[in-house]
Design a protein around this ligand. Structure first.
Ligand SMILES: [Zn+2]
Length: 311
């Protein structure tokens, strides 16, 4: 081959690479938690085309009869990539999906897995919150994912579990769900008593600071975190951040719930001024190692104050 045709070929190859590949910054890869239990640990930054909005943790359990997927990602294309990553571990069908919450990247991939024959399971209030926020979340996610949001449809969970907690057995796997109601109303955790693994949903964040949204509840979060400690799980798959144990979850998250509830919430109930409290606790060396501390901590205190002021 002449040098000229070689260089043309080279240019063409480069060109087709640019055309066919999105520059992904994150590719879901299953991390083994313990036998038959896996987690996808997403990046800590914001949703983007490059990560398909998969900037949260998800997971799956391989049972005798099929796979139980915990949450479905933020889009159809993201769901396809999750399925591919499950395929690296097992060829069994994804028969069930459990949604731990109603935030976009926990459930906007549901529709894809329904089309593949999966049943979508959630607690009653989780599914209700999905319906309530669907339209707003679809618009917001499209603005992050652009072309890569194409084909996504909001499909709230259809198999509804009632009660404040629920016990189910899927393919021989025992599963306990319980409301945490912390980040979003109707959020739950998924507890696997046999393996001592808990998928906390957005109750627990490690490595990064959790966000108190206008509809979040620090009161509920603190209570649920204390209940989680009582379960004494060996493995904690948080909503965001690395697979952890109790000590790390306490240090990065539980202690921060306690701080917000006791210092800011307590101050609000004592009618101390919000400005003074925000000033006094603006600089907390104990939590500074958490990513996004600088941009989120102050807002978290502010929203906690408003919640406790109403009590
Ligand atoms: Zn989240």
């Amino acid at each position: 081959m002449s040098i000229r045709s070689q260089s043309i070929l080279f240019t063409l190859t480069l060109f087709s690479l640019v055309l066919t590949s999105t520059a992904f910054s994150y590719t879901p890869k299953a991390e083994k938690v313990t036998d038959n239990v896996y987690a996808f640990i997403g990046p800590l930054g914001q949703r983007s085309e490059a990560n398909d909005g998969l900037n949260n943790n998800l997971g799956f359990i391989v049972t005798k009869e099929g796979v139980i997927l915990i949450d479905t990602g933020a889009s159809l294309m993201g769901a396809e990539r999750l399925e591919k990553a499950v395929r690296d571990v097992t060829s069994k069908p994804i028969k069930w999906v459990i949604n731990t919450g109603s935030q976009d990247h926990r459930w906007l991939g549901n529709d894809y897995f329904v089309s593949k024959g999966a049943e979508i399971i959630a607690m009653k209030r989780t599914a209700e919150t999905q319906k309530q926020y669907a339209e707003e979340q679809m618009q917001r996610m499209e603005s992050f994912l652009k072309q890569r949001f194409e084909g996504t449809k909001a499909k709230p969970a259809s198999k509804i579990l009632s009660g404040e907690s629920a016990s189910i057995n899927l393919g021989g796997q025992q599963i306990e769900l319980r409301y945490t109601d912390a980040h979003y109303p109707g959020d739950v955790w998924v507890w696997l008593p046999e393996q001592s693994v808990i998928f906390t949903g957005d109750l627990v964040y490690v490595d990064r600071i959790f966000t108190v949204l206008p509809w979040s509840s620090v009161v509920n979060g603190q209570k649920a975190f204390h209940d989680l400690v009582k379960l004494n799980p060996k493995y904690i798959v948080p909503g965001h951040g690395r697979i952890s144990n109790i000590e790390k979850a306490k240090k990065d998250c539980g202690d921060y719930y306690d701080f917000l509830a006791e210092k800011i919430g307590g101050g609000a109930q004592e009618m101390e001024s919000m400005q003074d409290l925000l000033q006094q606790y603006n600089d907390l060396p104990q939590f500074k190692h958490l990513e996004h501390y600088d941009t989120i901590h102050r807002t978290n205190m502010n929203r906690t104050y408003l919640e406790f002021e109403q009590l």
